[in-house]
Structure formats: structure tokens, C-alpha cells
Write a new protein. Structure first.
Length: 318
């Protein structure tokens, strides 16, 4: 994947632009939308509040021009993404109205995700996850919905780049580009995380489908594996007691599966009581597994030097 940062500039002439938005203090919505579009191409943003010029751009602007947060209509076929018109009614399932970030994401998300090597069959799921994690909140904030959290929101962070009233050298365009740069990084990290997660979920589901025992083995560590087992609707997932996988030290771990997502402290079945706290020769002698290294004092996990040893420990525990 090519570098996604610093792919946005502000231009002073409409004829040089491929994006039009409003001038002055920026909002998180058009900042995030600009960051999205910059992942598809280098963007040249013309910022104006001149209504006649915006009207002219709708009819006679450069080929391929995209209008975000201006234009007085939502018409993706004409690449106009505005939400300020009185008859605009597009909304999320919770009835929060879309703002420009959500409209642009909904239209271009599949193209953007393809840049991040998201498998085609997982793109819809990834689109919804990014929307849920990031875009929905930006849209809500744009429509005046506050957050229940005392933490600063992404929207607030992006708005921090607007010049303060007493800044001696105010440059709204430079402030806009600084905010876009941060938004690019946030969006890229979110997309990478989501693509990784949907791949992991798909991989775990596939392993569960082809598994008939009470423990699941996977040849590489997969982040979030337990969450995907506990969320799975496959009846086979409900039977899993342990998972066997390599840890970051190159050893093989036997891990007890939690009882439920809301009760991770309780395990479906702990390792045998006699193993608790044992290590080295003592554990190897008790289990008959020469490569056994240790068992946690709470019986949640045990470690072996080899895959074969870990599989034997899992079979004994069952």
C-alpha cells in the first residue's frame, strides 16, 4: 500500500481543484471526508463560501470534481455530498442523520478498503465496522449529539487545529490541512485494525467449521481469537474448551476458553488441578509430556516447547 499521508493540498483556483468544500473554520466532517478521498488519489481542495462560485462549480467545474459539505443537495451520481438541505433525511439505524463523513464513506468505502487488501467477501463487514467505530460518531457530533464520555472525541481533536481568536497568524487553510493529516492517520489505523479483525474472524470461523474436537489448534497467533469464538453462532464453537497456539516467545500455549463474553473470568474447563503451578521436570513427569514447560497457578493456561507437547496437554486436560 502506498503512503497515505500528505496527499492533500489547498488550491486557490477552482480549475485546479478536484474537491470543493467551504472555507473558514473547518469541521470534523469535511476533514474526515477529505482524508477518505485522499486515500484514493491526491486531492486538491478548493475552499470557498462564495455561493455563486459553488453553483458555477456544480455545472461547469473541472471533470470529476467532488463537492463535500456544499452544493445544496445529496447526489452521489454527480459527486455532490451535502446534508444541509431541509429535505435531507438519510440516517443511521439509530436515526442519527448522516453528515458528509458518513455520506462519503458509504459511497467510497469499498474502493478505499480495496486499497488495504481487504478480501472482497469481507468488505461489507469491514465497511460497517469502520462506520460503527469512527464515522458514525463524527456524523453524530456534526449534528450536535454529544458524547457520554468525558474523553475528548475525534471530532474535538480535529477541531483543535482551527486557529484561536487571538492567534497572531491565522491561516484557516493550513489549519485544515493539519487536521486532514491527523484524520488520515486515524482513518488508516482504524481501517488496518478493522481489516485485520475481519480477516481474523473469518479465519477462526473457518477453523471452527472444520474442527470436530473440544480444542482448537491454529498454527499462528490470531489476535482477538477468543472474542470470535465466543461470538460465533456455530454450535461447534460452544463445545470448545481449549485453544492451542504459538505465543510470542515461540512456545506453544494451551489456553482455557472463557465461559462467555460477559464472564471471561470463568472458564469452560480449567486445566487439571494437579498441574497448577508446576513447571519443568515436575510437570513433565506428572503429565508424561517431556516438552511441558509450566502451568499457571490458576489453571488457565499451560505452555510446552513444541506443538506436539501442547496438543498432548490439551488432550490430557479434556
Amino acid at each position: 500500500m502506498k503512503k497515505m499521508f500528505n496527499r492533500a493540498t489547498v488550491v486557490t483556483e477552482l480549475e485546479n481543484a478536484n474537491i470543493v468544500t467551504h472555507a473558514g473554520p473547518h469541521h470534523a466532517g469535511e476533514v474526515m471526508a477529505t482524508a477518505m478521498l485522499s486515500m484514493l488519489k491526491r486531492v486538491r481542495v478548493f475552499r470557498t463560501n462564495d455561493s455563486e462560485l459553488i453553483h458555477y462549480a456544480k455545472k461547469n467545474g473541472p471533470k470529476g470534481l467532488i463537492m463535500i459539505d456544499v452544493g445544496g443537495e445529496f447526489n452521489p451520481n454527480r459527486r455532490i455530498f451535502d446534508h444541509h438541505q431541509a429535505d435531507f433525511e438519510d440516517h443511521y439505524s439509530d436515526y442519527t442523520k448522516f453528515s458528509v463523513a458518513g455520506l462519503v464513506w458509504r459511497h467510497y468505502s469499498m474502493m478505499i478498503l480495496s486499497k488495504f487488501d481487504c478480501p472482497l467477501q469481507l468488505i461489507v463487514e469491514a465497511t460497517l465496522d469502520v462506520s460503527h467505530d469512527l464515522i458514525h460518531g463524527v456524523d453524530a457530533k456534526d449534528h450536535g449529539y454529544g458524547s457520554n464520555s468525558i474523553e475528548m472525541s475525534i471530532s474535538d481533536m480535529l477541531n483543535l487545529f482551527n486557529p484561536n481568536w487571538d492567534d497572531p497568524n491565522q491561516d484557516p487553510d493550513e489549519a485544515f490541512l493539519q487536521a486532514v493529516s491527523l484524520a488520515q492517520r486515524i482513518l488508516e489505523k482504524e481501517i488496518k485494525k478493522v481489516v485485520s479483525n475481519v480477516k481474523a474472524k473469518s479465519e477462526i470461523e473457518n477453523m471452527i467449521a472444520h474442527n470436530d474436537g473440544e480444542f482448537l489448534y491454529f498454527p499462528m497467533y490470531i489476535g482477538g481469537w477468543e472474542e470470535y469464538i465466543l461470538r460465533s453462532f456455530n454450535p461447534k464453537a460452544k463445545k470448545l474448551l481449549y485453544c492451542v497456539y504459538p505465543d510470542l516467545l515461540g512456545e506453544w500455549r494451551v489456553q482455557a476458553v472463557s465461559a462467555a463474553r460477559d464472564n471471561v473470568g470463568k472458564k469452560r474447563k480449567l486445566l487439571p488441578l494437579g498441574w497448577y503451578g508446576l513447571s519443568g521436570a515436575k510437570l513433565a513427569k506428572l503429565t508424561g509430556v517431556e516438552t511441558a514447560i509450566s502451568c499457571q497457578t490458576d489453571g488457565v493456561a499451560a505452555v510446552a516447547k513444541t506443538l506436539d507437547g501442547a496438543l498432548k496437554l490439551a488432550q490430557l486436560a479434556i
